[in-house]
Design a protein around this ligand. Structure first.
Ligand SMILES: [Fe+2]
Length: 223
């Protein structure tokens, strides 16, 4: 286990605060590059916050360190950049853009990691070690763990419909996620209750992720 980083972890933690900030580790040049290409980075900032929270909550399951946490946060910022070219093929376009963007302050290893995470944040990823982006000496397992976190974080936000307030509760190896929405619509349930989006995290971390959607009014009434 890469026990080099000890986040603030509280078992059974309940979190209801908005997950919006936590982008300090991302170089300004990368944020500006994404903003220039997409016109907005609101979704990217939310996904960065959610990914960071998931990383910290599930640290006992993945044991990743500061380097991977920072890579995950940067990946959350860049993962959709290829949408400026084509929505359908944005993972491929985004990975290509990252590999070509020499002006970004990234080492070649960071660049490969971000291209890998961007390329496979949608769809079924190739088996470990079977992709064409990472090199033999890169940490394939760590990147697959980070990919699992990115996929789950991205599934808990939307750039099209209302973004939920999120509550997380960890009980043993079960992570309960509640998506609180002003507008609890069938469309929102369809978007936020996609089980397959969390399959990689469940597989890699041997855990279970239960997501439910509830009206935000439930929380307001309880307060
Ligand atoms: Fe996204």
């Amino acid at each position: 286990m890469r026990a080099v980083f000890f986040p603030q972890f509280r078992r059974g933690e309940l979190c209801v605060r908005p997950l919006l900030k936590n982008t300090k580790v991302i170089p300004a040049a990368i944020e500006k590059w994404v903003l220039r290409n997409l016109g907005s980075i609101d979704h990217e900032r939310r996904v960065t916050g959610i990914a960071s929270r998931l990383f910290d909550l599930t640290w006992p399951f993945h044991g990743l360190g500061r380097v991977e946490r920072r890579l995950l946060q940067m990946a959350a910022m860049v993962h959709d950049v290829g949408r400026c070219v084509d929505d359908r093929t944005h993972p491929q376009e985004g990975a290509r853009m990252l590999l070509e963007a020499d002006q970004l302050p990234l080492t070649s290893s960071e660049r490969r990691s971000l291209a890998y995470l961007t390329r496979y944040h949608r769809g079924k990823p190739p088996e470990m070690g079977m992709d064409t982006i990472l090199r033999r000496h890169d940490d394939h397992e760590a990147m697959r763990m980070a990919l699992a976190l990115l996929k789950s974080a991205d599934a808990l936000d939307s750039r099209v419909i209302e973004s939920p307030r999120l509550m997380f509760e960890l009980n043993g190896r079960r992570l309960h996620v509640t998506c609180l929405l002003e507008n609890d619509t069938p469309k929102a349930r369809k978007v936020y209750l996609r089980r397959k989006k969390h399959a990689l995290m469940e597989e890699m971390m041997d855990c279970r992720i239960d997501v439910r959607v509830a009206p935000l009014a439930t929380l307001k009434m309880a307060a």
